[in-house]
Design a protein around this ligand. Structure first.
Ligand code: BES
Ligand code: ZN
Length: 486
């Protein structure tokens, strides 16, 4: 009797479950897409479990079609799983997150030409050179020396000044204190305007070492170059007025040279707090041009998906012309830099490196790792461009501000040499007013009482993207156009 009772309860429960989950299947997919589908088709999907950016779901065939038709731009969108248990286990498996990652395959698109292209022109080799020399002047940045901590404190101040110079109220800089070294890491955060809980990270290491004694470890290539590279990319992002949708973090790690200490502590803290890090790129050694190709992507301890994506960025933006960058691949054979800390926690990381392994700068870890060896940072500039492309394309523009143009093809509107020129004569519309907004939403120029065709002098504008709106008589919809000031 007792058996019968237990059995019928089990039967009831299982019947209930099958009734609820019939005509469907289990799958894993990105949280982002799952949420969109829940909103669009609540009866066709149920989120069973969440881990970072991935979810285990039950969904109907109809749901999978809706996912394709209404939410995705490309890719399958989900991975089929045999059971609920398999789906839940799969999202918690770092290896799985790494290479089977639906989010990675789906969300890495290249769409931000309007922001990236002007940014590439803003990146300046001179700034990278100045910064490398500034860091070299600490003598050594060995993690247990006061000079290393000083370098971190000063870098925090430098990044704060840089953010202030461009009026960025969405940027903060903090020191990350560690357990296994006295040297702090430095983290600059640009809070995402739309999906702040998703992170895009670039980093390099601020410490240096010398096997000839650590009193004199200038560490120009290893890795002042990486710090200078990511700093210049970030500055260019500020100059162009880029407001990211996702949160961006720029990291100067402490104590890499004694075993990835700083990055390991940061990556494990992020993992234990379930921080949604979408992608990480490491910049360690960008100064020395040792191989026939410019960038060598390290393919071990990195994500193939992310590496391929960064190659696509170079194919798209740097195939020829002034900004040309060529690439190949290489291996370290060990977790040779901070990318390995992120990979170890199941995050997607890539490592574009200065040369093929073995053809890299032979003076690292010595008193000879000085800027004077190359005397130019032109090689590093290529990495700064890749860094900016990566940050803009993975973090994406804030859609709230990146308006679609509402403009008849017959209307002419442009900014050139400080003048706003427009011609609305063929549109048969009478102009009431023109406003110009920065990408951050500040009105930088406004005028009324104007004719249908004119040239108006503008105040001095910093380079970047602006949005012009023109209000006309007898129409409630203003004409809107994005404009680039170069
Ligand atoms: N920048 C090097 C890594 C590197 C060196 C990559 C040469 C490719 C070629 C990094 O600072 C470093 O020195 N790493 C250590 C290992 C780390 C786990 C302490 C190394 O390579 O010995
Ligand atoms: Zn090193």
């Amino acid at each position: 009797m007792k058996y019968f009772y237990t059995l019928s309860i089990c039967l009831l429960i299982s019947l209930n479950v099958t009734a609820q989950h019939q005509d469907g299947f289990y799958a894993t997919m990105s949280l982002h897409h799952a949420k969109a589908l829940v909103k669009d088709a609540p009866n066709d999907i149920e989120i069973l479990s969440t881990f970072r950016n991935e979810v285990a779901v039950w969904m109907t065939e109809t749901g999978s079609h809706k996912l394709h038709d209404r939410i995705l731009t490309h890719g399958p969108g989900y991975i089929y799983r045999n059971s609920e248990e398999e789906a839940i286990t799969a999202i918690q498996n770092p290896q799985n997150i790494l290479e089977n990652n639906t989010r990675a395959a789906l969300n890495f698109s290249i769409t931000e030409d309007a922001t990236v292209i002007p940014t590439l022109d803003l990146i300046q080799t001179q700034n990278i050179e100045d910064h490398i020399l500034e860091l070299e002047n600490y003598g050594t940045r060995y993690h247990n020396r006061a000079s290393a901590t000083q370098a971190a404190v000063d870098l925090k101040a430098k990044w704060e000044e840089m953010a202030a110079e461009y009026g960025r109220t969405d940027v903060s800089v903090r020191l990350f204190e560690h357990s296994n070294t006295q040297m702090p890491s430095v983290i600059l955060t640009i809070t995402g305007a739309e999906i702040p809980e998703e992170y895009v990270i670039v980093g390099g290491h601020l410490d240096s070492t010398s096997n000839q004694g650590n009193d004199n470890a200038p560490g120009a290539d290893d890795d002042a170059s990486g710090i200078a590279t990511i700093t210049e990319a970030t500055r260019a992002l500020f100059e162009v007025g880029f407001v990211p949708k996702r949160t961006i973090e720029v990291m100067a790690y402490a104590a890499e040279e004694i075993g990835l200490v700083g990055s390991n502590e940061i990556a494990s803290e992020y993992a234990s707090n379930d921080v949604n890090v979408v992608a990480v790129s490491q910049f360690d050694m960008t100064l020395f041009n040792g191989s026939s190709n410019d960038v060598s992507f390290i393919t071990d301890f990195t994500s193939g998906t992310l590496t391929n994506y960064m190659m696509s960025l170079l194919d798209h933006y740097n195939a020829s012309g002034d900004h040309q960058v060529t690439y190949s691949t290489s291996v370290c054979n060990y977790g040779c830099s901070d990318h390995a800390s992120w990979t170890g926690q199941g995050y997607l990381a890539a490592f574009p490196f200065e040369a093929n392994f073995g053809q890299h700068n032979g003076n690292i870890h010595s008193t000879g790792d000085m800027f004077s060896l190359t005397n130019t940072a032109s090689h590093a500039t290529k990495f700064a461009k890749l860094c900016a492309e990566f940050l803009i394309e993975v973090a994406k523009n804030n859609e709230a501000l990146s308006v679609n143009d509402v403009l008849a093809s017959s209307i002419y509107l442009t900014i050139n040499d400080g003048m706003l020129s427009y011609d609305l004569t063929s549109s048969q519309k009478e102009v009431k007013s023109i406003q110009l907004y920065s990408i951050k939403g500040q009105e930088v120029f406004a005028t009324t009482a104007i004719s249908d065709r004119d040239q108006v002098a503008l105040p001095t504008l910093s380079t970047g993207i602006y949005i012009a709106t023109i209000t006309t008589e007898n129409s409630n919809t203003p004409i809107v156009k994005k404009l680039i000031v170069r």
